[in-house]
Design a protein around this ligand. Structure first.
Ligand code: SF4
Ligand code: SF4
Length: 237
């Protein structure tokens, strides 16, 4: 059994803000082909990690759109490096470990592994109506990554508190109407947004001018974690 606190401390020291551990076989809510065992058949544990994004650039949207994209790129570099280093540590202990970094299949608007479902399984957060993972500390103002490993590590409990109160602020803030019918919303499974509208706005309207992941308005609108400071980052055990 790998020492969970050692892995957690390493990830936090490398700059991530939140780390959670979940059972790799409990990803049934994720779409087929995007679960941990689809990539590592003997996977035992999902390690989900999150780094908070720059609050000030989010608050300044849409005026600070370029700064928001640049700040996210910087945070993504730190997160990705931490995930690679954690995977390396686990491999040195004799286990398989694959880092799943930020980056999406553009058509599907999701990564190989569903990083959002991985975060929910690892107890980091829950789905909000904006179809993003809300964390108690930072709401949806985080970037997510994960490591899937064959190392058995004691899982964290699922998040107990309910964060999304269905206030509807994200639905109102969406400029494309992509978040329009929350029927079928589930805090563990998420729900289906109109990805075509979101995709068109992000990749065809905004990206040529600002770069990828450049909308952020459904993040800005969410009151969960809005007034929290970075001092609330997860404490080192
Ligand atoms: S990223 Fe923008 S377009 Fe996409 S759902 Fe959020 S607010 Fe709507
Ligand atoms: S803005 Fe309101 S409805 Fe949307 S995810 Fe946040 S809490 Fe939920």
């Amino acid at each position: 059994m790998v020492d969970k606190n050692k892995v957690k401390k390493l990830a936090l020291r490398l700059g991530v803000d939140l780390v959670g551990f979940g059972p790799a076989r409990k990803m049934d809510a994720a779409p087929a082909g995007h679960r941990a065992t689809d990539f590592l058949p003997d996977a035992e544990t999902i390690i989900s990690a999150a780094i908070r994004i720059n609050y000030s650039a989010v608050e300044g949207l849409p005026k600070t759109r370029r700064e928001y994209v640049n700040a996210n790129d910087g945070a993504r570099t730190i997160l990705n490096e931490a995930l690679v280093r954690v995977s390396g540590y686990l491999e040195e202990q004799g286990y398989s470990a694959i880092p799943f970094l930020q980056g999406t299949d553009r058509e599907l608007m999701m990564g190989d592994l569903s990083l959002k479902h991985a975060a929910v399984v690892a107890g980091i957060g829950e789905f909000g109506l904006n179809n993003l993972v809300l964390t108690p500390q930072f709401g949806p103002r985080v970037l997510l990554g994960a490591v899937v490993t064959s190392a058995p590590i004691k899982p964290d409990p699922p998040l107990k508190i309910q964060l999304c109160d269905r206030c509807g602020a994200c639905l109102k803030a969406c400029p494309t109407g992509a978040l329009k019918d929350p029927k079928g919303y589930n805090r563990e499974k998420g729900w289906t947004i109109d990805k075509h509208r979101c995709f068109h706005y992000i990749y065809e309207v905004l990206e040529p001018r600002y770069g990828h992941y450049s909308c952020g308005l459904c993040i800005k609108a969410c009151p969960v974690g809005k007034n929290r400071s970075h001092k609330l980052a997860q404490k080192t055990p």
